[in-house]
Design a protein around this ligand. Sequence first.
Ligand code: AMP
Length: 503
Amino acid sequence: MSNLYSHFKQKLREQKKNIIVTSHAKYTFTDINDFSAKLVQILLDLGMRQGDRLAAQIEKSEYNIFLYLACLRAGFIYLPLNNTYTHEELDFFFNDAQPKVIICDIKNEKAIINIKSANNSCVKTLDAEGKGSLLETIKTKVSTEASEIYSVDPNETAVILYTSGTTGKPKGAMITHQGLFSNAEDLLKTWGITDADSILHVLPLFHVHGLFFALNTALLSGASTILLPKFHPDQFFKYLPKATVFMGVPTYYTRLINDERLNQDQCKNMRLFISGSAPLLQSTFIEFESKTGHILLERYGMTETGINTSNPLEGSRKVGTVGLSLPSVNIRVVDDKDNAVPLNGIGNIQVKGSNLFKGYWNNPDKTKEEFTEDGYFKTGDLGTLDDDRYLSIVGRSKDLVITGGLNVYPKEIELTIDSIDGVIESAVIGLPHTDFGEAVVAIVSGDENKLDEQLIIEIVKQNHAGYKCPKKVFFIDSLPKNTMGKVQKNILREQFSKLFITT
Ligand code: AMP
């Protein structure tokens, strides 16, 4: 029983309740099982066979879920694509993954057909109401082949997700049936998710956070999912009283604490609020608790690994940390020669466990480069383990600033700046500098009436060694972020690149 879909089915087949609820429709497992088989039939008729890729760039709706489940049960590889990808980016993905079928929004059909690398694919359309050419050939009865759940090798690829990668070409992470199952099982244990839960789902379905962490846990536990197209405070407050679990990126929480509707009463049915995909500000953590009585649970994951660590359900949720390793995950913090650094020392975070992806699609060299000889994946994140083995992330290794030969971990300085009255948040980056190699610069958003450059430099100086102090501080309305709430430091680095050098 290695197909992830059979694990879902085993849990859900006895359930009579609605498993997916949207603002306009409700689906029991029988509905979902029948509809996904009908989709398999359509895809088989279009020529898809086990191992073929199905690329989908569609608006978020229950249809993303049905397509995902159809692919799982038939052994097709699901390839969800961010809705904001441009045609140039899509050209790269289609060329790399060679999907047999591409599903897109009706309004994008013409443009997608015109993309050269889509020439060998069958392009079909599907919108959030189920309209479009894909479902035109739906049959009421399906063949035995379409209703079967294909037996797959546990290490078979279920999904390819392209990593957001701030530099270089995106890489397609091959995520296996076993990896997804193992990680979802760990999360049920760690977060205590059961069929009594109701998960309020506002995240995109083209990213690990929404597709795996929120959805797989619901489907494997029998929890129901309240599916909303996106995060919108009005919708959030409308459905919150019906939910018990919410997963979000820090930006959602920062917006919520500034919303006067957030209070204890609104959250009285809630059991758990989880944050991840980007660093949570300490001020957000504190304010959220004071407004709701709920302690945010922060966790750490990534496309290639699923969730690695989480603060505990019971026990201390330490602010500024991403918690403890999940049961099936081993975490180590090492120096550049892969030797473990002592507790509280900073180093590269490496991960091993049944949660790991199996490699990058079409890219064995990159795959080899990112794994150690003893099977650990090099996350590219820098971190430290404290005496209780709680992990904190101090930055990405490519964000590390090396100034005059000395290492500056941006997070350390950002934490100090973020604690200054009037600062909302900050990003510390290294910019090319003729003397120092790189110079530390801080970009700050906040109340400019309360803040000035000298004040910030002075406070950093009081708390850190001189070489870690920003040489310049810039104020900005808000930091540039991607859809998952991650600060796009590459954009800042580019914007300020000529500050200390003239070419
Ligand atoms: P992605 O593959 O798009 O999910 O991005 C994964 C990256 O997001 C990780 O390698 C981390 O750099 C970052 N990340 C995820 N969760 C957290 C967190 N709780 N705190 C800080 N960074 C995080």
